[in-house]
Write a protein that binds this ligand. Sequence first.
Ligand code: PHE
Length: 473
Amino acid sequence: MSENREQFGSRLGFILAAAGSAVGIGNLVGFPVNAAKNGGGAFLLIYALCVVLLCLPVMLAELSLGRHTKKDPLGAYTSIAGNSPWRIAGWLSLVTPFMIAVFYSVITIWLLGYVVNAATGNLDQLAAPDTFGNFINSNSIFLYLAAVATIIFLILAGGVQDGIERAAKVLMPLLFVFLIALVIFVLSLDNAWAGVRYYMVPDFSKITGSVINGALSQAFFSLSLGMGILITYGSYMNPKEDLPGATKMVALCDTGVAFAAGLLILPAVFSFNPNVNPEELSDSSVSLIFTFLPKIFLALQGTLGYVGASIVATTFFTLVFFAAITSLVSIIEVPTASLMDARRYSRKKSLLILGITMGLLTIASALSFGKVGFLTELVNYAGASRSLFDIIIDTFYDTILPLNGALVCLFVIYRWRKTNFNDEVEQGNPNYKGTFLERYVNFSVGTFIPVILFLIFINTVAQKYFGVSLIAL
Ligand code: PHE
């Protein structure tokens, strides 16, 4: 059926869709705070090195594998390696996006709730201390779940060109405009530049092994690697497309948005409280978005009035919501493509099956914040009780993601083989042949990148589940 496979309509369409996948909650909140706490400019430098030296080659490997096989990730592994143990890697790259979509949906549902509340005059409530805890355990989240599921269904039911690509072409430019407008506004506030200084001035003494590990994990997640997304999107690409060129554009876009988000969050924090110690900011993006930032927006009412502050807050939450929707679309497309490829189901039927299964799991994890006791304290490991939501994050996001990355690298170089990989990239970019980039990509994907990812995987397993640190970082 590969001759009839859907395709992106244009190069720009692909770049916006892939950037839509890459730009997410991680860029807008996780990155700025991580950077500010871990050495500012020094962290930015390490992050950029991780993107260029370690993530770009993996992106290229995933996209080429998808474009060559014209299949979803499971189909890509099996069409090259048949019934061999590589199937396991195929299954992992199917189950991982499914489960990550579940936890990401929960956060997206909350975001929509915050957009609606900020827009309808409830910013003061959002900034109150108990609101978040009450909100996530309220029945209104079911309404927001239904709305998010409908939006995702409508986008994905449209298919690659009329759904994914079209949504990205509308949402991504809007996202850029909102982001730039907010950055300009925030930089005009009193004390904003203290935040910029804190964010950008490098402090190399903060760079430790664990900061480097954190930067790599952040970059890897941010570029949507190890989730089968780029294999799937690659399968919708035209063979004439210049893969290294497109890859660089997507990475640039993703990193640019992450960087700009820092120029929004930190100045906002400093103008709220000039004596703030950013070391004390929470590591968790969730508590920053939902409990800390509403307070900052509300404080703007001193200068802008309540309506003005609400407009800024609504714009911010909408920005993050758009980023989350385009990421969710890309991740749910992976199991959708699998059902369509492997079972020959129609797009709508596949989406309905996923809607029901994923919907149930999403409800279960949304209830694991106290509302249902046994889901909240589902198991104990490494000395602490973990909720269903925690388990999904620990297992799929923290642990399996780097493993998937290592496996795809090894598969491309040693099973599919280097020459086939190179041929695929050269198809759209004949100048790639013999370049330093080609040699670097072949060498890194075949050696140190999978080794690093594998070590991260082993270390995370030891740490998360057994409470021991194997590698002193
Ligand atoms: N790049 C996304 C982010 O930064 C990660 C992601 C992609 C999450 C796709 C879910 C789905 O948030």
